[in-house]
Design a protein around this ligand. Structure first.
Ligand code: 5GP
Ligand code: ZN
Length: 138
């Protein structure tokens, strides 16, 4: 299903032009307009899913292999030393476009930290408590 108000539906299905690096029946992979690093790409399913929770299982199963394929191509051809696969769900998590997408962000030697956090601390008791809370939601 497509969402006629969704810009990524239009891009994924070719109604709005984009710089495309890969396309198949299920996905279009485009370059991000505001790249975090040279070659930053977005994997877009052609069908509309708001986020990972809404994603069709068959499509979901294809996302990581495609991320590995694009990232490997970046290592071969752009000379990056590694890459991040980043996927935001919900405004609080930094999602700004509510059509599922996976970022593929090339990482270069001596490049800036892009996806990182400051490690916190938690006691074994706190870890056990939060694990119990998560399990309740499963
Ligand atoms: P999010 O923050 O939702 O995980 O990521 C959205 C990404 O889409 C951002 O990195 C932003 O630069 C990119 N973006 C937003 N609109 C467009 C667009 O129209 N074309 C392209 N190529 N990228 C876009
Ligand atoms: Zn969409």
């Amino acid at each position: 299903m497509k969402d006629e108000n969704c810009i990524f539906c239009k891009i994924a299905n070719g109604e709005i032009p984009s710089t495309t690096v890969y396309e198949d029946d299920d996905f279009r992979v485009i370059l991000d307009l505001g790249p975090a690093s040279r070659g930053h790409a977005l994997i877009l399913p052609k069908e509309h899913f708001a986020d990972v929770c809404a994603l069709d299982e068959a499509i979901a199963a294809k996302v990581l292999p495609l991320g590995a394929k694009i990232g490997s191509a970046m290592k071969r051809s752009l000379g990056c030393a590694g890459f991040n696969l980043v996927q935001n769900n919900g405004e609080a998590a930094g999602q700004t476009v509510f059509h599922f997408h996976m970022h593929v962000i090339p990482r270069y030697e001596d490049g800036p930290v892009i996806a990182g956090w400051t490690p916190g601390k938690a006691s074994p008791e706190e870890l056990a408590q939060v694990a119990q809370e998560i399990k309740k939601g499963l």
